[in-house]
Design a protein. Structure first.
Length: 97
């Protein structure tokens, strides 16, 4: 759904589909992030968040990993998959007490 790679494409590249859709490209994490970008005051956004907000304003979806997956890219480069830790913050983390 997020990267447009099919289950068979992922599994041919030895990427477990269930892990991919639940951990790597979890659609609700993307939805939560886009909602955060929309609702947050622009002065509170960091560089990457501002970049995505600008792309949304331009109706440009190049920030989405279209036909890309970090696990596949890591194995293609010969370095193996390097884990990138990313925490999607809940909206409540940003609301004033």
């Amino acid at each position: 759904f997020i990267c447009s790679l099919s289950k068979s494409e992922l599994e041919r590249a030895k990427v477990k589909f269930q892990k991919h859709i639940i951990q790597d490209h979890y659609m609700w994490a993307y939805a939560r992030f886009l909602l955060y970008i929309q609702e947050e005051d622009p002065s509170n956004l960091n560089g990457p968040e501002s970049f995505v907000k600008q792309k949304i304003k331009e109706n440009n979806s190049t920030y989405f990993p279209n036909k890309r997956c970090i696990e596949m890219e890591g194995s293609e480069s010969g370095e193996g998959h390097l884990e990138r830790v990313c925490r999607v913050r809940d909206m409540d983390d940003f609301r004033a007490p």
